[in-house]
Design a protein around this ligand. Structure first.
Ligand code: UT7
Length: 332
């Protein structure tokens, strides 16, 4: 009998309406449109305004609505919901439960998965193993963040980078040689000092002091993270390409996490893969953490063809990183 694979059969996405420009950021922090464009590659990003009074599950709900406008499926047939996010609506209950209720996927079980910017590729791996085990046939993978709530608008090291977005993928079982073929994932916890948000967890629960010390915002040593991101993503992509006996010509698309255009260009250059095969939309949408890779797939869906070899790669806090090799399953 042929091996069961998990194949993506539909993609949805959602970006909030508010466009935060480099010019607007330059009004509250010492930076410029030129610096942000040259050093990060972002022209504008989307932000969920706090006055809307909603959180990341609102973005997820909208992304699922988008998926349902293109793909006919019964929400009651979904057996599992895996929601990759670092910015759940609440600490309790988990956001997957809220999404299940709001979107009618009430026969599913669901949980949130925390792996920062690598959340989507981690979630795909979990969904893939669930499906290839034979026990589950339809799994909803959702990945997105509202990073604007963790962004210190007084910190020019982070505030031009982060944004809000969400993407979803419906994964189904197939016995064809397509879908998720392989993945290599890593974690290295020896990086707490370089990329973190220290307040609000069990070590530093929220207090007047944590608020005064701005501990509820992400802080990073950008240079250190930049170098590790380039070497780790390039190495893991090279490894998965070789392990699956692919040539560089066989690879139709590379879909990297969108943290900095210079990181993406450096990874492509190390892999010797031309930039026209690399999905880049950081200029329009910034870095929405777990949301960036599904948002690229959403943006490029109409250009992808059944059988395309696709390499997804991410790097984020933890550190967490890895690569997924999949064969695209449909023509949009
Ligand atoms: O997705 C999660 C993982 N995160 C990442 O992957 C982020 C990785 N890091 C980066 O993307 C980059 O390191 C940053 C965008 C954060 C910073 O860019 P950089 O080219 O590494 O800048 P830098 O920190 O080396 O700073 C260079 C100069 C400094 O000035 P001096 O000391 O040379 O006078 C900074 O003070 O640029 C200055 N600078 C800025 N200037 C204008 C730093 N940030 C800004 C800014 N606007 N926003």
């Amino acid at each position: 009998m042929n091996k069961v694979h998990a194949v993506i059969t539909g993609i949805g996405g959602y970006i909030p309406e508010y466009v935060l420009t480099n010019e607007e950021i330059s009004t509250y922090v010492d930076t410029s449109n030129e610096w942000i464009l040259q050093r990060i590659g972002i022209k504008e990003r989307r932000i969920l305004k706090p006055e809307e009074g909603v959180g990341v599950t609102y973005l997820a709900e909208k992304a699922i609505e988008d998926l349902r406008s293109k793909k006919d499926f019964d929400p009651l047939e979904i057996e599992a919901i895996i929601f990759a996010t670092s910015t759940p609506d609440y600490i309790l209950p988990n956001s997957a439960s809220l999404i299940a209720y709001k979107t009618g996927m009430t026969n599913a079980f669901g949980f949130d998965l925390s792996a920062a910017c690598s959340g989507y590729i981690y979630a795909l791996e979990v969904a893939s193993v669930y499906i290839s085990s034979g026990k589950y046939k339809k799994v909803m993978v959702i990945a997105g963040d509202v990073l604007s709530v963790l962004t210190d608008t007084l910190d020019r090291n982070t505030c031009p980078i982060f944004s809000d977005a969400c993407g979803v993928a419906l994964l189904e079982a197939t016995t064809e040689e397509e879908g998720i073929i392989d993945s290599i994932l890593h974690v290295d916890g020896n990086s707490l000092e370089y990329l973190h948000m220290l307040g609000g967890g069990s070590v530093h629960p929220a207090s007047h002091e944590t608020v005064d010390q701005r501990m509820h915002f992400i802080q990073q040593d950008g240079k250190v993270v930049f170098k590790r991101a380039v070497t780790s993503m390039a190495e893991v992509c090279e490894e998965i390409i070789q392990k699956n006996h692919l040539t560089k010509d066989d690879v139709k698309w590379v879909v990297p996490h969108q943290a900095n255009l210079r990181i993406i260009e450096a990874v492509a250059s190390r892999l010797d893969i031309p930039l026209d095969k690399v999905m880049v939309n950081i200029d329009k949408y910034g870095n929405s953490s777990a949301g960036t890779i599904p948002l690229c797939l959403w943006d490029w869906e109409k250009h992808m063809r059944k059988g395309d070899n696709v390499i997804l790669t991410a790097f984020g806090a933890g550190y967490t990183w890895g690569a997924v090799y999949l064969k695209w399953g449909y023509n949009a």
